[in-house]
Design a protein around this ligand. Structure first.
Ligand SMILES: Nc1ncnc2c1ncn2[C@@H]1O[C@H](COP(=O)(O)OP(=O)(O)OP(=O)(O)O)[C@@H](O)[C@H]1O
Ligand SMILES: [Mg+2]
Length: 366
């Protein structure tokens, strides 16, 4: 856990950071965001003492960083800087090995760690280990930067616009991969960006800064639903309702549903007709086959005729799909309900457009 307590940084008479207090929970990703010059990098650098605060205190697991030895901080805190910062005269492998070597790890252990980390960030160790930074694409270099920060397995990672140099498509992929890696390794991450979409995609908590001051510190869901003032409102964007939907999964809003199976459907038909005109149709294993208009069915033969057999992909959404993507699919295919399926594409519920719309209204408090 990282606590900032009334932290300020002054350069001359000017506050780069002004009286910031916030707590970053263990294994959380906290994203610092705000316009250029608002104090993001300065805040980050005070956590590992690359910059000393003018006043206030920063605690890591209840210990003041001012009292921690720099070697200890270096072991506990991995750091990825704004412009990648790989050493140009060192190979990829040597770059990643910098901190383990400082910590005097045995050679074989360092080599094994380099390969393991390259694999983690999805770079082939054999191919990349001996390359020099100038031989890497921007995105590859960023990954090496992340691998280097992870090298000594620090519980805390500070990342200053680590994906800034990557094109939008690869950037989104890197963000998802990074979240996966972070969840698996349980790192506490402080991540600086000025890209609100990136923040929404990866953050557990977002801190919005303006001119050195903390304006709002909240979950992305709350920030999108209830920006505290016009600055935050404008910063998160006009499409914040849609952005907010990207933070929730279909599984959180789905309803139980009924279905008929291709065999043995007749027992429940009368019951189901009372509920509605349509029903999902599955095979005996609950795998989605399509849907049927119930009023037309009384025999198995008729079921076969009434069945609109459709590619399950078109009429269903995986339970972990975001509400935003589910809504897009409904709009794309002109349907108001999607079947919800699990990993094995078995039917487990349904999601309705009206519920998503209600949910959006509930979250919109302005
Ligand atoms: N060493 C320094 N000496 C004087 N002023 C500084 C110094 N470092 C930063 N500043 C000032 O402090 C303010 C905050 O800088 P900081 O680097 O934290 O901004 P930032 O939010 O990271 O911006 P960006 O998005 O452009 O990276 C800026 O006004 C900057 O000019
Ligand atoms: Mg910066």
């Amino acid at each position: 856990m990282i606590e900032l307590i009334n932290v300020s940084k002054k350069y001359g008479d000017i506050f780069a950071v002004k009286d910031i207090s916030m707590t970053i929970g263990k294994a959380e990703i906290c994203v610092l965001i705000g316009p250029s010059g608002c104090g993001k990098s300065t805040t980050l650098k005070m956590i590992n003492r690359m910059v000393e605060p003018s006043s206030g205190d920063i605690l890591i697991d209840n210990e003041s960083v001012a009292e921690l030895k720099p070697e200890l901080l270096r072991r506990r805190i991995g750091y990825v800087i704004q412009s990648i910062g790989l050493f140009p005269h060192m190979t990829v492998g040597e770059n990643i090995a910098v901190v383990p070597r400082l910590l005097k790890w045995e050679k074989s252990r360092v080599a094994a760690r380099v390969d393991e980390l390259l694999e983690l960030v999805k770079l082939d160790a054999l191919k990349y280990r001996e390359k020099y930074p100038s031989e890497l694409s921007g995105g590859e270099a960023q990954r090496v930067g992340v691998a280097r920060a992870l090298a000594a397995d620090p519980p805390i990672l500070l990342m200053d616009e680590p994906f800034g140099a990557v094109d939008p498509l690869n950037r989104e992929r890197l963000q998802y991969e990074f979240v996966k890696i972070q969840k698996a390794l349980n790192k506490t991450v402080v991540f600086v960006t000025h890209d609100i979409d990136e923040a929404i995609r990866i953050a557990d908590k977002i801190a919005i800064l303006k001119a050195g001051e903390l304006v709002q510190y909240d979950t992305p869901e709350n920030m999108l639903a209830a920006p505290v003032n016009k600055f935050v409102h404008d910063f998160v964007g006009v499409d914040r309702a849609l952005k907010r939907l990207s933070r929730f999964k279909v599984g959180e809003l789905m309803r139980p549903t009924t279905s008929i199976t291709m065999v043995n459907y007749s027992t429940s038909l009368d019951e189901m007709r009372k509920k509605g005109r349509f029903s999902w149709v599955t095979d005996v294993n609950k795998r989605l086959r399509g849907w049927a208009e119930l009023t037309k069915i009384s025999t198995e033969k008729e079921l076969n005729e009434a069945l609109t057999e459709l590619d399950a992909d078109l009429i269903s959404a995986h339970v972990d799909t975001s509400l935003k993507d589910a809504l897009s699919k409904m709009l794309e295919h002109g349907v108001k309900t999607l079947a919800v399926v699990d990993d094995d594409t078995l039917l487990i519920g349904e999601i309705r457009m009206a519920d998503i719309v209600d949910f959006t209204d509930e979250g919109d408090s302005s």
